[in-house]
Design a protein around this ligand. Structure first.
Ligand code: PEP
Ligand code: MG
Length: 312
């Protein structure tokens, strides 16, 4: 991406020939959300709620949660989207009050939505607080759950979220969820691909292990093949599919994701302008060609080289 183009990009997200792509920011609290909202974004594509509670030994009350969530909802412009993620506790984000005890392999243990099986009240209280905070807020509040593996989990989540009058979605972070995207979309309104965990679980490679970063590289063709399948399911269902993992923060890879069919990109606020500017500098047809080149490359390095040649 050309820096000058990034500095002057003012949104909304679209390719040079007008194919719309929402550019959103990942946030974790009210202060960060207010800073992120200074960027030319159309909302927040991932609000990581658990990060407000890492130090807590007891579950915050519904009233306290409501206030915390409301600060984030109030940071965006009227009608802008805020995708709230329910607690992603466990593994790399341990929450004391949702601690599931010693697990031999926490990344494969009780994390994310799985905690709702043993501690259903944690999810119910959180959804009550989100619904209360959304009431009267001008933001368009959507709710999604992390670490979903099978359709029944998505269906149960959707029932609870729809019961509170909100849009329901799930994150696609496991290969099983990617394979089940069509069936999951029979229950939910949208999907958001978490490429950080989807890489970890697809390549059986710890996302925290620097020695394995060649495997968790988001340019890996096998990861892109899964993203293509999920995006295609979204297009068939006529429902939005976004990417909210680190992959969306890489301007060239963002164009590949657009070519694979995703409808929104959510990344760190600091990356928003370079991503938006890069997408705006290419046509949708170029994104399609870049996606084809990346999918058919032998490895991440050749994928990058081929895409750079096509888009810059
Ligand atoms: C992801 O897994 O890609 C994601 C966006 O969630 P987190 O990084 O918070 O696990
Ligand atoms: Mg994740």
């Amino acid at each position: 991406a050309r820096r000058s183009a990034g500095a002057s990009w003012t949104g909304p997200g679209a390719t040079s020939d007008g194919h719309a792509v929402q550019v959103l920011a990942n946030v974790q609290d009210g202060a960060g959300a207010r800073t992120a909202a200074e960027q030319p974004i159309e909302g927040f594509g991932l609000y990581r709620t658990e990060l407000s509670f890492l130090e807590r030994s007891a579950e915050p009350t519904v009233a306290e949660q409501t206030e915390i969530y409301r600060a984030v909802f109030d940071a965006v412009g009227a009608g802008h989207k805020v995708v709230v993620r329910t607690l992603d506790a466990g593994s790399d984000k341990p929450l004391q009050f949702a601690d599931m005890g010693d697990e031999p392999n926490p990344a494969l243990g009780i994390r994310g939505l799985r905690i709702a099986t043993s501690r259903p009240e944690l999810l119910d209280h959180q959804l009550d607080a989100i619904a209360q905070a959304a009431e009267g807020a001008e933001a368009d509040v959507w709710v999604m759950a992390p670490m979903v593996a099978v359709t029944s989990e998505a269906a149960a989540l959707a029932e609870k979220v729809h019961g509170r009058g909100l849009q329901a979605g799930v994150m696609i972070e496991t290969p099983s969820a990617a394979l089940l995207a069509d069936r999951i979309l029979e229950h939910v309104d949208f999907l958001s691909i978490g490429t950080n965990d989807l890489s970890q679980y697809t390549f059986a490679a710890d996302r925290m292990a620097p020695a394995l970063s060649h495997l968790t590289d988001p340019w890996q063709p096998a990861l892109l093949m899964l993203i293509e399948q999920v995006a295609a399911a979204g297009l068939r269902a006529g429902k939005p599919v976004g990417v909210c993992g680190e992959a969306a923060a890489d301007p060239l890879l963002a164009c590949v994701l657009v070519g694979l069919g995703v409808s929104s990109l959510s990344c760190a606020a600091t990356a928003v302008r370079s991503v938006g500017a890069q997408v705006a500098s290419v046509t949708y047809e170029q994104c399609r060609a870049a996606a084809h080149a990346a999918l058919t490359a032998d490895d991440p390095e050749s994928a990058r080289t081929a895409v750079r040649a096509l888009l810059t």
